[in-house]
Design a protein around this ligand. Structure first.
Ligand code: AMP
Ligand code: MG
Length: 340
């Protein structure tokens, strides 16, 4: 049985938090809101509990979890040899949507770090997350609270859809404000490498610690980031990426093939056609990011067979949006114009 409890996102009821924290301490699993997406939390130092997270999600065991702490003071519980650049980033962006990969403390269980000598650490900004971690009295390992491979959950209903009956509790604190996962930066080498673009932009990071590299610039770092190998964020429908000038043509092409088509459009698309569902997306990348995963799930609920997703500029959060869309599409983008 999964307990489902609503909480005030700004001022969560201490009794509810105490109950959730007890579940964590006793080795159970609690889904909770963060500012990025909903997380599925377990005591990061309890190998059996962490194994339960992998089981509930169907997550490959070599894809490590992010360890969430309540504040920078707790950093040394999870990580050691913390470099100056990490301290600067923590001082500037924690709590917030930034995860740092550091050398792991000896006590971090192998199951939590996916067998690596490093650990990913974050201080989330959501009051419910912070309260839960504090009350648990232990760092909380938490990947996104979805079945592995599915779009990440940005509200509690998404968590229920994927994990009802498989976890102990869901804390419903309303929709997530950022909507895409944290940016993950590896600080075990210099220059640091951005392993995953996310809720904090590359330029914000570089403003504090100078030049960093991306995975394209440092492909060898991909070996250190197992998550980059896996299929992710995928709705049931096939996802096709289309630039602003390509959306209408792609929609027409798939409709004429008799498919049910959903379109995630920034610019208006003529609606009212049989088999077509139009979902308008924010033109600003932060808004698109917030709406992205819910839109992918909505398209599945409408039984779309094809989703045509309009692409956005890779500036600011646009880079995280495009990363998620590319993974969801597995490389399917609008084909060359057929002249028709
Ligand atoms: P999720 O929790 O589903 O948002 O995924 C966490 C992301 O962080 C995945 O892409 C992981 O591969 C990555 N990650 C977690 N721990 C490490 C680590 N020690 N080194 C590199 N990447 C990590
Ligand atoms: Mg995930």
């Amino acid at each position: 049985m999964t307990q489902y409890v609503s909480v005030d996102p700004a001022r969560p009821d201490p009794e509810v938090i105490a109950c959730a924290a007890r579940i964590i301490r006793e080795g159970g699993l609690v889904a909770f809101p963060t500012e990025t997406v909903y997380g599925l939390g377990a005591n990061a130092f309890d190998p059996a509990a962490v194994a339960g997270v992998f089981r509930a999600k169907g997550r490959p065991s070599d894809n490590p979890l992010i360890v969430h702490i309540a504040g920078t003071d707790d950093l040394e519980i999870a990580a050691r040899a913390v470099p100056e650049k990490a301290r600067k980033l923590g001082a500037s962006f924690w709590p917030g949507p930034l995860t740092m990969v550091l050398v792991a403390s000896p006590g971090v269980p192998r199951v939590t770090s996916g067998g690596l000598a490093t650990v990913a650490v974050r201080v989330p900004a959501h009051p419910v997350a912070t309260a839960l971690i504090r009350a648990s009295g232990t760092p909380v390992a938490a990947p996104s609270a979805n079945r592995s491979g599915r779009p990440s959950p940005t509200n509690a209903r998404h968590v229920l859809e994927d994990l009802d009956g498989r976890i102990d509790m869901i804390l419903d604190g309303g929709p997530c404000t950022v909507g895409v996962e944290s940016s993950v930066i590896d600080l075990t080498g210099d220059p640091p490498v951005l392993l995953r673009p996310g809720g904090l932009s590359r330029s914000s990071i570089e403003a504090v610690i100078g030049d960093i590299r991306t995975l394209e610039q440092a492909p060898e770092a991909a070996n250190r980031s197992p998550g980059t190998r896996y299929r992710h964020y995928a709705p049931k429908a096939r996802v096709i990426l289309a630039g602003p000038g390509e959306v209408a043509r792609e929609v027409a092409r798939h409709l004429s093939d008799g498919r049910r088509v959903g379109v995630m459009a920034v610019h208006p698309v003529p609606g009212g056609r049989a088999g077509l569902s139009v979902r308008m997306m924010s033109a600003d990348p932060a808004g698109y990011a917030r709406e992205l995963f819910a839109a992918l799930r909505e398209m599945d609920d409408l039984n779309c067979e094809v989703i045509v997703a309009e692409t956005v500029d890779e500036r600011g959060l646009g880079s995280a949006v495009m990363d998620r869309l590319r993974r969801a599409s597995q490389g399917d983008s609008a084909g060359p114009s057929q002249g028709s």
